[in-house]
Design a binder for this molecule. Structure first.
Ligand code: MN
Length: 505
């Protein structure tokens, strides 16, 4: 199961003000901010700790806050709110230096106007309605990315939007300094899985290093029979084991080999402190099978994965696993595999050769062995299952030469029309929004990859927040997508990013 714990991370909640109002008012501001911050900390939809920081009243305090946030390794972002007026010039130096994400919460301590008793003192204390506009101006003036959330702080929908931003910030924080490991290179001649790893590290903060598959083989060879026995016991407890793989089955040895690969891979990733990996069926020298169940189960534990050397997808799967920690519904590497073009109901069947994460399994997966057809190795062991119905997203990152593009498609997972007794891989069947013809055309115009990170836990809003933090182009295909407008959006984005970053590439 996903072992990522978001409760060790912090966001800082801070109210902005100024000395003008006198100590009585400032004391009240601090008390009210404390109350709001603590309520956010307790909110079930906010997955991280919310720490309340002292009210910011001066330029030095604003700068100090931002610098402290930059330097604190557990702080993943700050939430600001101007209870009163907080003149924005005093925030310029601090905000200019801030390297953590910012959420501007536009709220008010009191929900209702106290019609019968409201006087000028009350108005002066509760003036976020214009204090936050001054605060917002300076961030727009600085061309700062941030999220603005408007509404009463006890409103569950407001808390959920803050929680979504915290999830995005956790994913972004996780990428900073993260290491991903590639066993071998990309699949030969494939374009979309390749890209500029230097540019990715500059923009996203993670690094990608290649290891010869022989390094992994060493780790796999070192696994003992006792460790294999124990892991097979775990498989037998969790999955329905196909007859061929049972104790007296003809291919029991394949199951032992799969368990050996999982243990070796796990040891390699853990000793190198990697957050995800890629492999490639073209480069398996010394491995008996392409890792199937191993990749599936490592993903379920929170590792990123991309096949065929697809490091961008591996990193994205990992970030989405972090963002989804604790939520209902799984997250997996995915590939658009084949279509159902019945005019009454166009569907996509998503799957891969093997490596779909059992966090999206409906019911108990079965563990099976079948031939692969490519790669020339022994038949690989894999988990086979269907995916539960419900909303989901597919996301993908492509290297467009002068920038990365994050592409997202909203879909609705449906039960397969009929059972798929002969399909030897895990799969999901979905209807893309607004329809297959529009969605697939938009995806293809945008240069979208065939590999994606699929999630039944995350929503578009979380990815939107994440894209803002990463300062990466985001293009969304949803129920409102119209192709003519979508093609224009791609052209406008070309100009926008071109003006900002140049057209080289
Ligand atoms: Mn593939």
């Amino acid at each position: 199961m996903n072992t990522i714990n978001l409760k060790q991370l912090e966001v800082w909640f801070v109210a902005g003000s100024q000395p003008l109002y006198g100590p009585e008012t400032l004391k009240q501001v601090a008390t009210n901010a404390q109350q709001i911050g603590q309520a956010l900390d307790r909110a079930s939809s906010i997955p991280v700790q919310v720490l309340v920081k002292p009210v910011v009243k001066t330029p030095a305090e604003a700068t100090g806050l931002c610098q402290a946030a930059n330097e604190n390794p557990d702080c993943i972002g700050i939430i600001t709110w101007c209870h009163t007026f907080s003149p924005s010039k005093m925030w310029i130096n601090g905000l200019k230096s801030l390297r953590k994400p910012l959420l501007h919460l536009h709220t008010q301590h009191n929900r209702d106007i106290p019609w019968a008793t409201i006087d000028m003192d009350f108005m002066n204390l509760n003036q976020a309605a214009h204090g936050d506009r001054e605060h917002g101006f300076i961030m727009s003036r600085l061309r700062m990315e941030r999220k603005v959330v408007v509404g009463y702080w006890q409103d569950l929908a407001v808390q959920r939007r803050i929680g979504n931003w915290c999830r995005a910030a956790a994913g972004w924080h996780d990428w900073q300094g993260a290491k991903f490991c590639r066993f071998g290179d990309n699949m030969r001649e494939v374009a979309v899985t390749d890209g500029d790893k230097v540019a990715a590290q500059m923009q996203f903060g993670y690094s990608v290093g290649t290891y010869g598959v022989g390094d992994l083989v060493k780790s796999v060879t070192a696994v003992t029979d006792r460790e294999i026995d124990r892991l097979i016991g775990e498989y037998e407890g969790l999955y329905t084991v196909a007859p061929k793989l049972r104790k007296t089955g003809a291919m029991r040895q394949s199951l032992r080999e799969a368990a050996r690969i999982e243990l070796g891979l796990r040891a390699f990733l853990s000793s190198g402190d990697f957050k995800g990996f890629t492999d490639c069926f073209e480069e398996l020298h010394g491995l008996a099978q392409l890792p199937g169940v191993a990749a599936q189960r490592l993903m379920a534990d929170g590792y990123g994965f991309g096949p065929e050397g697809d490091w961008k997808t591996s990193a994205l799967v990992r970030a989405m696993k972090v963002m989804a920690a604790g939520l209902k519904g799984g997250t997996s590497f995915m590939e658009d595999y084949t279509y159902h073009l019945d005019p009454k109901c166009n569907l996509v069947l998503g799957a891969h050769m093997l490596e779909i994460c059992p966090s999206i399994a409906k019911g108990k997966p079965s563990i099976e062995v079948h031939p692969l057809g490519i790669g020339g190795k022994a038949d690989p062991v894999r988990l086979v299952f269907d995916t539960p119905a419900g909303p989901a997203i597919n996301a993908s990152i492509m290297d467009m030469g002068n920038r990365f593009r994050l592409l997202l498609s909203e879909v609705e997972v449906v039960p397969p029309e009929k059972p798929l007794p002969r399909l030897p891989v895990a799969r999901a069947v979905w209807m893309p929004k607004p329809d297959l013809a529009t969605s697939a055309a938009a995806w293809i115009y945008a240069g979208g990859a065939h590999h994606t990170s699929f999630s039944q836990a995350l929503t578009t809003e979380i990815i939107e927040d994440f894209a803002a933090m990463a300062d990466v182009e985001l293009v969304v295909i949803d129920a409102d997508t119209r192709l003519r407008q979508f093609k224009q959006e791609l052209k406008w984005n070309e100009v926008y990013y071109g003006l900002r970053r140049g057209f080289s590439g």
